[in-house]
Design a protein around this ligand. Structure first.
Ligand code: DC
Length: 226
């Protein structure tokens, strides 16, 4: 089989991973895999069944009832198909963000999803973003980037995004949720959020999107050529 290339982008919630990864994937003609969306789909499924994301026995009992497919539309946008139903919009709420963070701590969930993520990377050139891509999912990725920004900056970006969409938002609440998710994601026992030893750290606090894309394009260019 021909070699496939993989670029891993990890980092905390709101660092700009998906915006950057989507842009670069388009430029490079790679598949963009948003792994957070897969955990969100598990959280949404359990939520519909009334299972608490903390209830490890409940999650273990029902995980086999769930089939997840990742599909791409003609614009290369990833869609999450849960038992045949497109739930891509339903998984994007603050409530599901928190529940995905909790459900993702369970070993049974991480094991099932690990195989799914590796299978995509075996078949295609990918830019994959998440929390443990460079450390666990694709330890041999060709490029590893750890994208981060101060929590206050990430909260303000999220706040601006919601306001621009005409939604209500409260900055202190968003900041509290981000800090809580950072803590949960980086303190769990299995595959916690952390920078891989061989990852390049990019702090986006003082950069706009163009600045981040330029910085990352540079790193990718040096490692695998563009
Ligand atoms: O990237 P996101 O905000 O959509 O991710 C939602 C949650 O899923 C995140 O808080 C932790 C979990 N997650 C994970 O544990 N490992 C990944 N590779 C991606 C996400």
């Amino acid at each position: 089989m021909a070699k496939t290339y993989s670029i891993a982008i990890d980092g905390p919630a709101g660092a700009g991973k998906s915006t950057i990864a989507r842009r670069l994937a388009k430029e490079l003609g790679y598949y963009y895999v948003d792994t957070g969306a897969i955990y969100r789909t598990v959280a949404y499924f359990m939520d519909l069944l009334g299972i608490s994301p903390k209830d490890v026995d409940g999650v273990e009992r029902y995980i086999d009832e769930l089939t997840i497919e990742i599909e791409y539309d003609e614009d290369g946008v990833q869609h999450m198909i849960m038992n045949g139903m497109d739930v891509s919009g339903d998984i994007r709420t603050q409530d599901i963000s928190q529940k995905a963070s909790l459900v993702s701590a369970h070993a049974v969930v991480r094991e099932v999803l690990l195989d799914m993520q590796r299978a995509v990377a075996r078949k295609h050139n990918v830019i994959m973003d998440g929390r443990d891509i460079g450390t666990v999912v694709l330890p041999n990725a060709d490029v590893k980037i750890f994208l981060t920004a101060d929590p206050e900056v990430r909260a303000k970006r999220r706040y601006d995004e919601l306001i621009a969409k005409g939604q209500k938002a409260n900055l202190p609440t968003i900041l509290k949720e981000i800090q809580q998710r950072d803590y949960q994601d980086s303190h769990r026992e299995i595959a916690p959020l952390k920078q891989a030893k061989d990852a390049v750290k990019v702090d986006t606090s003082a950069l706009d999107i163009e600045g981040v894309v330029t910085a990352i394009r540079d790193i990718v260019g040096k490692k695998i050529g563009l």
